[in-house]
Design a protein around this ligand. Structure first.
Ligand code: SAH
Length: 223
């Protein structure tokens, strides 16, 4: 039986560009080697339209249609590092988008559950993920609701700008669990926030600089 992986080309040029991307992140001071190994492994170009291969490995966000973007590699690196993923951890991602961040987490051994609210992106990405060897389960839905049938999670990562911490996501996070969430700030961007749930249910909060995300919206959409 032919393996679906054959449909995806990852040649020496792609691998070379990817190594350069990783080198740039390392030269820029990013030093989490486990995250860098995952970024070196996941073929980022397959998540973009094939005509944009040259751009796939530069440190910039890129349009994936429906007004949405694939996060830039340095942002994926920071969020992944802050999430402190270990093999076997159950991770909930809000904002599947291209599926790239989800695959980076899966490449680190996480069991990834990812929610997307835009129907067309959900189906586009599902098709791409089926051709890749990563353990990512995707859901069409509203991330504010989380996944009540699959909770609790060891880790939760939000990849859209959140106006507040969604209470249901806090409920679905295990004690000792970590949530990484870009929170809307007064400058029109987002502050990267890491919340750690204590055994008594309270949250500790740390901040890690400014970023720019598309907004976390409510409900589902078909545009
Ligand atoms: N993690 C993605 C980044 C996608 S950009 C990647 O690696 O490519 C953010 C995504 O969040 C968009 O696709 C947007 O449609 C989605 N989104 C926004 N609000 C959401 C919500 N409430 N629930 C689920 N997805 C949401």
């Amino acid at each position: 039986m032919p393996h679906k992986m054959n449909l995806i080309e990852d040649n020496y040029r792609h691998k070379g560009l990817r190594q350069q991307m990783v080198k740039q992140l390392r030269d820029g001071g990013f030093n989490d080697e486990r995250v860098l190994a995952a970024l070196n492994e996941v073929p980022r170009h397959v998540f973009l339209d094939s005509s944009f291969v040259e751009y796939a490995y530069s440190d910039q966000p890129f349009s994936i249609g429906s007004g949405q973007t694939i996060s830039q590699p340095s942002t994926v690196a920071v969020q992944t590092k802050l999430l402190n993923v270990e093999s076997g951890k159950k991770v909930l991602e809000v904002g599947t988008g291209s599926g790239y961040q989800a695959c980076v987490l899966a490449a680190m051994g996480a069991k990834v559950f990812s929610i997307e609210r835009q129907r067309n992106l959900y189906f586009r990405t599902k098709e791409i993920l089926e051709q890749l060897p990563y353990r990512v389960k995707t859901f069409l839905g509203d991330g504010y609701e989380g996944l009540p049938n699959w909770e609790p999670f060891d880790r939760i990562i939000i990849t859209a700008g959140a106006p507040f911490v969604p209470p249901k996501l806090v409920e679905q996070l295990k004690p000792g669990g970590i949530m990484v969430i870009p929170m809307d700030n007064s400058e029109g961007g987002q502050t990267m926030v890491r919340l750690t749930k204590q055994t008594d249910g309270t949250l500790t909060r740390e901040e890690f600089g400014s970023f720019k995300f598309v907004p976390m919206l409510t409900g589902t959409a078909s545009d």
